[in-house]
Design a protein around this ligand. Structure first.
Ligand SMILES: [Fe+2]
Ligand SMILES: [Fe+2]
Length: 309
């Protein structure tokens, strides 16, 4: 893949983009879950099941709010920003017009995903009567991308940003896919995830191709420098700090005794995945490093050795 052989997906976008093809989804008032139990382990813990199982739906609704809030931050503050500057040809790596047009479709898709997420937030508040607790103003990437950029020399900040966003877009795709397959959750929520997935499949390929184009024309010295920063980015990206802080705050809102609160916090603290090759998202990241051709370079193999099986 190079800039000359890049083929636009504009036709596919016209025919398949969720903003072009999907009707508004309405949250249904049925007995299905609003959020998968497997994605909020707090409600599966022994202390929770023993002390406050009746709080399950409150916890799941709040966790859905956080998920929605994270999606809005990701789409509007991370992906939108990079895609928009590529589209407007003011990004530090130059791309041909076909890439820039496709980048604009990504901007439109992502802002639409944020809108749909906000719609679901409003619908859920209306249906459940549960107001969101204070939601985070940052996601892991709000810290991980600046941390990576701070380590890059000025001329490599744009390529570093491109690789960070490409990793994130490839990871989120597989994450949303797991959600869309879950039969325990409400059909509208599954449908929402499936709509999103439809677009993200296109995006992950887009970002992978842009990284391939960049990597092919990068010098060995540039590749080496970027490779050294990758593990730092991944450590920040996979940290459990924000989820843990949110879970603690959520526990503080439960009507339970201080002793139970402590037991619940103890339980969620023990759930974090170690940040190594066994972390569930590392497989997605490594798959991206392969498909984008980064892992063909010895410097990337060496920098990523802790994450490779
Ligand atoms: Fe998206
Ligand atoms: Fe995307």
């Amino acid at each position: 893949m190079n800039a000359a052989t890049y083929q636009s997906f504009a036709d596919t976008w016209e025919n398949r983009a969720s903003i072009r093809t999907r009707p508004r989804r309405m949250l249904e008032n049925d007995d299905k879950l609003i959020y998968p139990l497997s994605r909020q382990p707090l409600v599966l813990g022994q202390a929770f099941l023993r002390e406050c199982p009746q709080q399950r739906d409150f916890v799941l609704v709040q966790t859905l709010y956080k998920f929605i809030n994270d999606v809005v931050i990701f789409e509007t503050e991370i992906v939108d920003q990079t895609a928009r500057s590529i589209a407007k040809n003011r990004f530090g790596v130059a791309f041909p017009p076909a890439c820039r047009y496709d980048a604009m479709t990504v901007v439109v898709d992502e802002d639409y995903h944020a809108l749909v997420a906000m719609d679901f937030m409003q619908q859920t508040i209306a249906l459940t009567g549960i107001a969101p607790i204070q939601l985070p103003t940052q996601i892991e990437l709000s810290r991980a991308v600046p941390a990576a950029l701070a380590l890059a020399p000025p001329e490599l900040r744009a390529p570093m940003e491109l690789i960070c966003v490409a990793i994130a877009e490839n990871t989120v795709t597989h994450d949303v896919a797991a959600f869309a397959r879950d039969d325990t959750v409400k059909a509208s929520i599954k449908g929402l995830m499936a709509d999103h997935l439809l677009d993200e499949g296109r995006h992950s390929g887009f970002w992978t191709r842009l990284v391939q184009i960049y990597w092919q024309r990068a010098s060995e010295a540039e590749r080496h420098c970027l490779a050294q920063i990758l593990p730092v980015f991944i450590r920040h990206y996979l940290t459990n700090d924000l989820q843990n802080a949110f879970d603690f705050q959520l526990i503080d809102h439960l009507p339970v005794s201080p002793a139970v609160r402590l037991a619940l916090k103890d339980e969620v603290s023990g759930l974090a995945f170690p940040i190594n090759r066994h972390h569930p998202l590392v497989g997605n990241i490594v798959r991206f490093l392969r498909s984008s051709s980064l892992l063909d370079s010895a410097c990337v193999q060496q920098a990523m050795v802790d994450y490779l099986c």
